[in-house]
Design a protein around this ligand. Sequence first.
Ligand code: ADP
Length: 200
Amino acid sequence: MKRGKFIVFEGIDGSGKSTQARMLAKDLEKRGVRVLLTSEHTDGAAGKLVEEVVRRRQKLDPLALQMVFVADRIDHTNEAIRPALGEGVVVVSDRYYGSTVAYGAVVADRKWLLRLNKRVSVVPDLTFWVDVPAEEAVKRMGLRDKERTIFEKEEKLRKVASVYRWLVKKEKDWVRVGGQGKAEMIHKKIMREIKARGWE
Ligand code: ADP
């Protein structure tokens, strides 16, 4: 069976990437494509520990936390992503290795993180970096009125965004999508990229 395509959404918190991942999955399904919509961190054993730490319910050294993200990714890759791709399913993931590189770069060397993460990851066929200014992302999160995580600070988000900018230049099959404007309009830009590759 033909392997499914693996499409990833990356960006800072509040950039709108979950919204776009959902819209893409829905649109593809409407066209009769079999889709697995998934996200990181997962709700598996390692992902649950991540959740505890980012919600400040448990303490963990920041570099150790990044390693738990990696553990969660290995589990996610082997238990969910790889099997689905093998069955010809299109996998749409809200965050993947780029997130550990971009967020982890605050506490560790980005090149080392990139090497480590790529060792344990499936290479995505396409990664969208949904790019919005940190200020706008923070505003949107305010609207969302959710509990703030330790990552959701404007200053930090600016640093994270600068690593995404580095990744989109360096990595193959990464595309920057401007994330400002109506969600529908951004979705159309994303669909154009998908159609250009003949995946719909
Ligand atoms: P992320 O997954 O990147 O954290 P979300 O998709 O959860 O972001 O979106 C964050 C907030 O911004 C949500 O309240 C969402 O409804 C809103 N939002 C998403 N896309 C847009 C957009 N294009 N314009 C304005 N607000 C948006």
